[in-house]
Design a binder for this molecule. Structure first.
Ligand code: NAD
Length: 368
């Protein structure tokens, strides 16, 4: 394998091997133009080393754009641990992982992602200060789905403004996929505004629980099947479950005017952003809309302050409007306009930092 051709877009890739704890991990630092790399640590039973490497390279690059979009002083990074989270974890493994993170001397900050929990990182903080998102009892900032769901609401408001001429949530119909930590909060807020909802979740209890809550509001909830959800006569589709749900098949049947939700990697392929644009469906790029959780963990560097996090999350509204204007002016899909918006932010920073070449180590130190 020609490793350097695989990692040509990345600054640094670190392979972590500790047989005494079973730790096999890869840390990828994509770009530190805006600050030290930040990105969660995912644990999965990858079928091969190549699959793990592919995942960490792809995800760390995504974090560079997400951090730029959220205007936080971090670059893009990510880590993966190769193993089955249901049986291969142990506290020593996370302490060992913490030591590897610490060896990067402040170039990489990490925390929970798919397959890892805030509690796992309670072990890692014994070895390094470069951990975010631990439980509140250990100085972390708490449930990230709170700012994430608020960010989705700002995202829907900006999208309504651009697609329907008014940011009002009420008076529109929404189709929501996924009623988990984020989707449920978004649904409740929309219900409180008297909106009508089509909902689908593989977990029937979540749907029933929302229907029960709907009795307290003017809004109405209609439970539908997955196929019916994509075809629902709604104004806005709000994906809050899986990635890849915007694809050839769903674009063909979608009747909505706009899409804005929290799910990561909603577009199956880049071309699906182009297809939405051609079909006249306004797409709110996922990594802009779902940045509330990232804003919260990045903000831990200044010490916990929920009000500051919520204020910063509100900027998702103006960022999205800027992206929509750019897309309209240049006649390009919003997915591409979002990438350009982030690249412009990085270019501006590069010019400024060229005067003084400070160390990339942040001047703050978490929990010190
Ligand atoms: P969650 O696990 O709490 O909820 C996901 C919900 O989706 C669950 O209720 C689950 O039953 C449902 N679901 C799973 N498969 C489904 C399917 N095929 N069809 C319909 N529903 C299905 O997750 P969450 O924290 O609410 O996150 C939702 C999405 O938002 C995920 O894609 C996540 O990566 C993304 N996201 C979350 C955060 C956050 O702070 N929680 C931040 C950024 C992005």
């Amino acid at each position: 394998m020609d490793m350097f051709s695989h990692i040509s877009e990345h600054e640094q890739v670190v392979f972590c091997n500790d047989p005494s704890t079973g730790l096999k991990a890869i840390i990828a630092i994509h770009n530190t133009t805006l600050g030290p790399a930040l990105g969660g640590c995912r644990m999965r039973p990858y079928a091969s080393f190549e699959e793990a490497l592919f995942d960490v390279l792809r995800l760390s690059k995504g974090m560079t754009y997400k951090c730029a979009a959220a205007d936080v002083d971090f670059g893009g990074g990510k880590a993966v641990i190769i193993g089955d989270p249901s049986k291969d974890k142990n506290p020593e493994m996370f302490r060992s992982f913490g030591q590897f993170v610490d060896s990067l001397n402040g170039r990489f900050y990490t925390g929970t992602d798919m397959g890892t929990t805030p509690e796992d990182f309670v072990h890692a903080i014994k070895e390094t200060n470069c951990i975010v998102g631990v439980p509140e009892t250990y100085g972390g900032s708490g449930d990230s789905s709170v700012p994430t769901s608020l960010g989705v609401i700002y995202g829907i408001q900006a999208t309504n403004e651009a697609a329907f001429g008014s940011k009002e949530l009420s008076g529109k119909t929404y189709s929501i996929q996924g009623l988990g930590k984020v989707g449920m909060k978004v649904a409740e807020r929309l219900l409180s505004e008297g909106c009508e909802l089509f909902v689908y979740d593989i977990n029937h209890q979540a749907v029933e629980s929302l229907a029960e809550k709907a009795k307290c509001f003017d809004g109405k909830v209609k439970a539908v099947s997955e196929a019916e959800l994509y075809q629902a006569p709604a104004d806005v589709f709000v994906p809050c479950a899986l990635g890849g749900i915007i694809n050839d098949d769903t674009i063909e049947v979608l009747k909505v005017k706009a899409i804005a939700g929290s799910a990561n990697n909603q577009l199956l392929e880049t071309k699906h952003g182009d297809l939405l644009f051609e079909k006249g469906i306004l797409y709110a790029p996922d990594y802009i809309v779902n940045a509330g959780g990232l804003i919260q963990v990045a903000d831990e560097l200044y010490g916990p302050n929920k009000d500051r996090v919520l204020q910063k999350t509100a900027t998702i509204y103006s960022s999205l409007l800027e992206i929509y204007r750019y897309s309209e002016s240049y006649g390009i899909p919003t997915s591409k306009a979002a990438d350009k918006f982030c690249e412009a932010r990085m270019e501006a920073r590069k010019k400024r930092s060229s005067f003084f070449s400070h160390s990339k180590r942040p001047k703050w130190d978490i929990r010190n």
